[in-house]
Design a protein around this ligand. Structure first.
Ligand code: 3PG
Length: 282
């Protein structure tokens, strides 16, 4: 049966065989993001930022709201969590908050993920709660319903990006190559998950891969193999708005209810963020 086309993409996520639109003409004056919002990043340390060049690409669609971007910049560490038992959700969130981490990517890898999301949203409305591992467009509505403020995926699936845009869910697709970065820009994404960061060469790979796009003010969240030991290099990179990883709240620690360990890991990375970025956050 012929696949249906939805928003320029087939239902199964593959793009329709159409000639892509030409790049929009470059505007004379700097553009603002959708919603008329100037990007709020206090990027005194970033030299190549140039809003004028952003007009080559569509404005950011479903932009991350300013308070959430500010939280990424301040907390600078996202706890990626896999929760097998939703009963663990609230104490896990509490341990992370006690340690100083208020950003969570709750992955859709377990049957209890959505229930866990609902519980955290109910008990800790102030936490920055994101849904991770969004692999299908239909999952977007589910995570919005469960209270996710933003979405993340390991890869760049255009049909998921389009679904997130339609639902108004700020979404950071996963990328790790220049072609993927350009595709993400073309789709209106400006905050990207750099995955898998460590196995591809770590901070050196991130710098080399992303340097051609520095003038476009793209922000990255590197993930994959990051630990307390290698976090510093990422935190020193201006294009890294925040890093993330499962080492802060390992799956087995969550399963065992080892909240002291989670809190200690959270505190350690929060302190490292303060040491490395404290002066830029004042
Ligand atoms: C993931 O999606 O699994 C995250 O990127 C976390 O990776 P990590 O387990 O290597 O920290």
């Amino acid at each position: 049966m012929a696949a249906e086309w939805v928003g320029g993409f087939r239902e199964d996520g593959f793009p329709a065989p159409v000639v892509p639109d030409p790049m929009p003409p470059r505007l004379a004056s700097p553009v603002k993001d959708a919603g008329g919002m100037r990007r709020p990043r206090a990027r005194a340390h970033r030299h190549l930022d140039n809003d004028g060049h952003k007009s080559h690409f569509p404005p950011m669609s479903s932009p991350f709201p300013a308070p959430l971007l500010e939280r990424f910049r301040r907390t600078a560490a996202v706890a990626v969590v896999i929760i097998d038992d939703p009963e663990r959700a609230e104490p896990l969130a509490q341990a992370l908050l006690k340690g100083g981490i208020d950003l969570v990517e709750l992955t859709l890898r377990t049957p209890g993920a959505l229930e866990s999301m609902r519980r955290i949203r109910r008990a800790f409305p102030a936490i920055g709660l994101g849904a991770g591992t969004i692999l299908r467009p239909d999952q977007v509505a589910e995570v919005v319903d469960a209270g996710a403020e933003f979405g993340v995926a390991p890869g760049l699936n255009p049909s998921v990006v389009v679904a997130a845009q339609k639902a108004g869910l700020p979404f950071a697709p996963g990328i790790c190559t220049p072609s993927e970065i350009e595709r993400a820009l073309e789709l209106g994404c400006r905050l990207l998950k750099f995955f898998p960061a460590e196995s591809l060469g770590g901070i050196r790979h991130l710098k080399v891969t992303t340097s051609p796009y520095n003038h476009l003010a793209v922000d990255y969240i590197p993930l994959g193999g990051i630990t307390q030991q290698n976090a510093e290099g990422y935190l020193r990179e201006p294009s890294v708005i925040a890093l993330g990883g499962s080492w802060i709240a390992p799956r087995e620690a969550i399963a065992a209810g080892d909240w002291d360990r989670v809190e200690a890991n959270a505190r350690a990375v929060a302190e490292l963020v303060g040491t490395i970025r404290g002066d830029t956050l004042k």
